[in-house]
Design a binder for this molecule. Structure first.
Ligand SMILES: Cc1cc2nc3c(=O)[nH]c(=O)nc-3n(C[C@H](O)[C@H](O)[C@H](O)COP(=O)(O)OP(=O)(O)OC[C@H]3O[C@@H](n4cnc5c(N)ncnc54)[C@H](O)[C@@H]3O)c2cc1C
Length: 423
């Protein structure tokens, strides 16, 4: 990856209207020229307060009507990128994207990572339902839903899991019965991340209870403000809870909101899971980039060794061991991204990224907790540094990484069957 050279004196955001370097022509110029132009535009337009604020690939503003940007600078950065089509650089321009290729998108992402700048917008709209609608939605659905996603106006959540259907997702029981131009939906979803902050939910519902499990499932888009939809937060061990239960009671949803065909939603659902697992795996890669430096700094504090070699050979060995595995993983993520530049969609291989990335992240937090010792056991109050308090919660949160998007055991089954072709 080429380093971004930030021109001296260019870090101040410009106060005039966003200077638009025309995206038209970007596809004709060399990738290196594009990298230089993109870096310049980003440096000129990203508010200075946001530099260095990003620690993971998935940090950023999640959009939606219920949660406005946390600062004017976040709003300003979003507006600049929306105008340029760079919240979704490789989506079609007529839908609000940048009309660029995967290569261009990855170059933009590399520049943001290098400058530790948050992307202007993140979330399930951009990462999951947007790509799925581009693949499986009809023209009306794309026109209705993609532009609000790109502009950060609508936040989406994922209504897959149910109390009796997690790993065995095809057992889901939420019913949708056709009534005129609508479906009437009754049932319950669980572990729905950020449902209470979301405007729309993409959900799997059972439309044919008599068909074989996977065959009677339909993929449908539901406005969370529809009468009969309610959410209830779930408390977690980490203290902060992104989870909700979502209840559907006699909810009327237009049949036009079905993505793909009625009873054939399983294909759409699986494609979306490919996007989800790639996102989770790649996000681990982004977060792991600075992991080594973070662990060394933590060890220096814990071992009272501000410079020179760390005095504990065991700690040195454990950090080096992890750093090597993380470096290998990051190269693999890069290779997968390279492979997707030709337009290839994430397939069952996304399960490999998910299994390895989430396990590495847990290893990193386990090691950080071990190094920090008692300092990592704080929960709240002034007795612990803010950094140590967030370590406790991040460590607990990382337990969920091997569960969300399908557990590691289930991913290993997918890899065995669909990647390795084992009987
Ligand atoms: C952080 C986080 C965020 C989430 N966000 C969402 C969300 O936004 N929307 C949503 O719909 N869901 C979400 N989920 C739910 C998640 O998809 C489910 O938790 C997951 O699919 C596992 O289902 P389950 O919890 O019912 O566990 P179960 O399926 O009951 O599994 C229990 C245990 O049995 C094992 N097991 C089950 N089947 C097999 C098998 N065939 N072979 C070997 N082992 C097996 C599992 O690996 C697991 O260890 C989230 C979960 C987490 C942790």
């Amino acid at each position: 990856m080429k380093r971004v050279s930030v021109p001296a004196g260019r870090l101040e955001p410009r106060s005039d209207a966003y200077p638009i370097v025309p995206t038209r022509g970007a596809l004709e110029m060399s990738l290196e020229d594009f990298r230089a132009e993109a870096a310049l535009w980003i440096v000129e337009n990203a508010p200075r307060s946001l530099y260095g604020t990003r620690s993971g690939r998935f940090d950023g503003y999640w959009g939606g009507k219920k949660q406005p940007p946390v600062s004017e600078d976040v709003a300003r950065w979003l507006a600049a990128c929306v105008e340029r089509g760079w919240t979704a650089p490789d989506w079609p321009t007529e839908l609000g994207g940048g009309g660029l290729s995967r290569q261009h998108t990855e170059i933009i992402s590399e520049i943001l990572t290098e400058l530790k700048l948050p992307p202007p917008l993140v979330g399930f709209g951009l990462a999951m339902i947007g790509p799925t609608l581009l693949d499986f939605g009809n023209d009306a659905q794309r026109a209705a839903h993609i532009p609000p996603i790109v502009r950060g106006e609508v936040r989406w959540c994922q209504g897959y899991s149910e109390p009796g259907a997690g790993s065995d997702l095809a057992s889901l029981a939420t019913r949708a019965v056709r009534d005129g131009d609508d479906f009437v939906i009754d049932g319950q979803k669980v572990w729905t991340s950020h449902a209470d902050k979301s405007d729309w939910i993409f959900a799997l519902v059972r439309t044919n209870p008599d068909a074989k499990k996977q065959s009677g499932i339909t993929f449908i888009l539901i406005d969370m403000s529809t009468h009969g939809v309610s959410t209830r937060p779930i408390e977690l061990i980490s203290g902060s809870s992104p989870f909700c239960e979502v209840f559907f009671e006699n909810v009327r949803v237009p049949a036009a909101n079905v993505v793909g065909q009625v009873d054939h939603g399983w294909t759409v659902a699986k494609a979306l899971l490919g996007y989800e697992r790639s996102m989770i795996g790649a996000a681990m890669g982004g977060q792991l980039r600075d992991a080594e430096a973070d662990l060394v700094a933590r060890a220096r504090r814990a071992l009272d060794a501000p410079s020179g070699q760390l005095p504990s050979a065991l700690t040195r060995d454990e950090i080096a061991d992890l750093a090597m595995d993380e470096a290998c993983f990051n190269v693999t993520v890069q290779r997968v991204i390279e492979g997707m530049k030709g337009g290839k969609k994430p397939g069952s291989e996304s399960s490999i990224l998910k299994v390895v990335g989430s396990a590495l992240k847990q290893r990193r937090f386990d090691l950080a907790v071990k190094i920090a010792g008692p300092e990592s056991q704080g929960w709240e109050g002034d007795a612990f540094a803010a950094d140590d308090l967030s370590l406790t919660r991040d460590w607990l949160r990382s337990r969920g990484n091997t569960i969300e998007g399908g557990t590691s055991e289930v991913q290993l089954n997918i890899i065995a069957k669909h990647v390795l072709g084992l009987p």
